[in-house]
Design a binder for this molecule. Structure first.
Ligand SMILES: Cc1cc2nc3c(=O)[nH]c(=O)nc-3n(C[C@H](O)[C@H](O)[C@H](O)COP(=O)(O)O)c2cc1C
Length: 193
């Protein structure tokens, strides 16, 4: 598949087939994809926590989903993620390490999409509670959670409406649309002979 089509389809997913849980082997594979990505000074300081089984449902209530969808309280039972991957970095890491975290997260989201898994990058979670539950070592900080599962919801890229709103939205059928700016709004200069 053309990569533009692939990455366009690899939208954030927030509803999953809870009856088809991911396994630790699935998470190992996803993290193996992120193991080989670019890293500042090749430091490879992002560490991973793999979560399947009961612990998923222990931390799920401490995660916050789609704040822009005011009338939706997050995935309901039957549509919840079946796995989480926690991304942690040393508390004394250089700020540039956060760029590594982003590269890792997006790589895992793309890798997940290649297997029809969905992924939601989650920064909005109760840091102290989740860190305790996941037994994050004192020298590390949990930066992101990735909520994962077999994808259930249909997600599409939309054009930015006249209003200019970038809010994602759902139609009457529950299809999730994400407005993306056109190329012309993003490229500020072109240098060419
Ligand atoms: C750094 C980062 C943090 C995010 N945190 C959350 C979050 O806490 N909860 C959530 O539901 N989505 C979260 N998202 C997903 C964004 O809402 C999503 O990327 C955005 O709506 C655009 O949708 P798209 O990923 O389908 O393009 C996060 C994404 C990024 C990159």
């Amino acid at each position: 598949m053309d990569f533009l089509n692939f990455v366009t389809a690899a939208r954030t997913c927030r509803r999953f087939k809870e009856d088809q849980p991911l396994t630790i082997a699935d998470l190992d594979w996803l993290i193996n994809c992120a193991r080989v990505v670019p890293s500042a000074r090749n430091g490879q300081n992002v560490k991973f926590v793999e979560v399947v089984g009961q612990k998923v449902y222990d931390i799920f209530p401490k995660t916050h989903w789609a704040m822009a969808l005011k009338d939706w309280g997050g995935p309901k039972e039957g549509e919840r993620p079946t796995a989480f991957i926690g991304l942690a970095i040393p508390k004394d890491a250089q700020p540039i390490t956060l760029i590594d975290v982003g590269i890792v997260a997006q790589t895992i989201q793309l890798a997940a999409h290649s297997k029809d898994f969905g992924c939601c990058i989650i920064k909005s979670f109760d840091l102290a509670d989740v860190s305790k539950s996941l037994e994050i070592p004192a020298e590390l900080k949990l930066e992101l959670l990735l909520g994962l599962g077999v994808a259930l919801e249909v997600r599409k890229v939309a054009e930015v409406p006249e209003s200019g709103s970038l809010n994602y939205f759902r139609d009457a059928n529950g299809v999730h649309y994400v407005p993306k700016k056109p190329l012309a709004d993003l490229i500020i200069k072109r240098f060419t002979d």
